[in-house]
Ligand binder design. Structure first.
Ligand SMILES: Nc1nc2c(ncn2[C@@H]2O[C@H](COP(=O)(O)OP(=O)(O)OP(=O)(O)O)[C@@H](O)[C@H]2O)c(=O)[nH]1
Length: 232
């Protein structure tokens, strides 16, 4: 945590939130590595760290891929309060994932000085399986005053990069967020204190958060295999 405290470069934290199987991991990994990983299920939060280049210069970005599973019914308020920006993802083929997005937007709305938020409808390539018209997503976003677009992570929609950039730029323009938790304490809570070995994500890192040691070990091994395949 010492490094965390010493690092003075600008930093933005993004939480990627959405129901199961909507493509949160695929979206995050696509943004960070430009690669599409087809099979990427996990039941553990993952924290990605990477330095990205914006027009305004270098920016340290941390992205938490928030895991949702059947037993995990509560809204992940800690992760949302930790974040400067939230990207809510649903799948156009899955009405339940849209309902989850509706609930999440409602929860975020109740947070005072809440995070910059964007709504993303994924799997636009599966139009033949569509359950949610684009207009419905757009009007949901408009009713909460947040940005919206449809993307296909599989087909590498240019819009998905624009969404992350908009959130980063918007978060940078906001006053520094008064944090309820110390950064060190919050990161410690999210990732545990054993973050000694971090596999690389295309010059960034990924850390497993929260769950059992067995899951951590298994997932780190999967990520190492992935990063070996995905490094440019
Ligand atoms: N057709 C299509 N499939 C996609 C797209 N994005 C992701 N997928 C697939 O959707 C499935 C779920 O993707 P994940 O990235 O694991 O989704 P997730 O939201 O992280 O899922 P959880 O781990 O359950 O939280 C995988 O089989 C992906 O290959 C897309 O744009 N189009």
């Amino acid at each position: 945590m010492k490094n965390e405290e010493k690092n003075n470069s600008p930093k933005v934290r993004i939480a990627v939130l959405g129901n199961m199987n909507v493509g949160k991991s695929a979206l995050t990994v696509r943004y960070l590595t430009r690669r599409f990983i087809g099979e990427y299920r996990s039941n553990t939060d993952l924290l990605y760290k990477q330095t990205v280049t914006l027009e305004s210069g270098l920016l340290d970005v941390e992205i938490i891929d928030v895991s949702v599973d059947d037993e995990d019914e509560g809204f992940p308020i800690d992760q949302i309060q930790w974040a400067d920006a939230v990207l809510i993802v649903y799948s156009i083929t899955d009405r339940e994932s849209f309902n989850y997005a509706v609930r999440s937007l409602g929860e975020i709305r109740q947070i005072q000085n809440g995070p910059a938020t964007y709504l993303v409808a994924n799997k636009a390539d599966l139009d033949h399986l569509r359950e949610i018209p684009e207009t419905e997503g757009a009007s949901l976003a408009a009713s909460h005053g947040v940005g919206f677009c449809e993307v296909s992570v599989a087909e590498n929609s240019p819009n998905l990069y624009k969404v992350f950039e908009k959130l980063l730029v918007e978060s940078r323009a906001r006053p520094v967020k008064p944090r309820k938790f110390s950064v060190s304490k919050m990161i410690g809570t999210l990732i545990g204190n054993n973050g000694t070995r971090q596999p690389s994500v295309n010059q960034g890192t990924v850390q497993v958060c929260n769950k059992s040691e067995l899951q951590k070990t298994r997932l780190i091994k999967r990520r190492q295999a992935f990063t070996a395949a995905a490094s440019l």
